[in-house]
Design a protein around this ligand. Structure first.
Ligand SMILES: [Mg+2]
Length: 231
């Protein structure tokens, strides 16, 4: 029998779209990109093409399941080859535009009550972790909640080397939290990657936020603060 959030000794979280809202962040970054593009009209199409190709390769690599190659490198090599760009150049663009430049806007996009809800979960004796497809630590610092997590883990960590919905990261995350996967609850925002991955690892899950195209019968709460009602 899988535990409800109330009984679970550990909770593992997704980050993007789960600890902060994607809508405000996407609008803000679209504004930043457009503003930069006005000053750099020749470089702009190349930048946008690179970001698009990187994202699409990342979605394709959800099926990647090899141990001989580092996913942290393949995620740049695959799209860079298609773009006719070096992996290093692509990595530089991605790190600037997808990781560094969004950081100052993260706190404004955080779900209301984020820190308080996490504190309540800790107060209830639960161990907390993050398992994200992207490196979580800088984002958690920017959200002001890094100190509340016992474990942080990225899909590109050598111990995982798989994007969601592969169950490996969920299993490693639970192990690092000191529980069996079946004892933890995963909180995410995408049923197709978070829900499917947690289910494949034998972990129960809760989805935060509204995704219009999904089956309305799925377990979903409409805000992060609504997690309180489950504890
Ligand atoms: Mg997410």
């Amino acid at each position: 029998m899988k535990p409800l959030l109330r009984e679970a000794p550990a909770v593992l979280f997704d980050l993007d779209g789960t600890l902060y809202r994607l809508g405000p962040m996407r609008r803000r970054m679209m504004f930043e990109l457009t503003r930069w593009g006005l000053g750099h009209p020749l470089a702009f199409p190349r930048l946008m093409g690179a970001l698009r190709e990187f994202r699409s390769a990342r979605e394709e690599l959800r099926g990647f399941a090899e141990d001989g190659q580092a996913l942290a490198e393949v995620q740049y090599e695959l799209p860079a080859g298609r773009l006719g760009m070096s992996p290093e150049e692509l990595q530089g663009l991605v790190e600037e535009w997808m990781f560094a430049r969004p950081l100052p806007f993260l706190a404004q996009s955080a779900w209301p009550g984020l820190r308080d809800v996490l504190l309540e979960l800790r107060g209830a004796g639960k161990r907390l972790g993050v398992f994200s497809d992207y490196a979580p630590d800088q984002k958690l610092e920017a959200l002001g909640v890094r100190d509340l997590f016992d474990v942080t883990l990225a899909a590109t960590d050598p111990a995982v080397n798989r994007f969601k919905p592969d169950p490996r990261g969920f299993i490693v995350g639970a192990e690092r939290l000191g529980v069996a996967p079946g004892e933890a609850v995963y909180v995410g925002d995408r049923e197709d990657v978070d829900g499917a991955g947690a289910a494949a690892a034998g972990m129960s899950h809760v989805m935060v936020g509204g995704a219009a195209r999904e089956d309305p019968r799925l377990a979903r709460i409409d805000s992060f603060a609504a997690l309180r009602g489950l504890v």
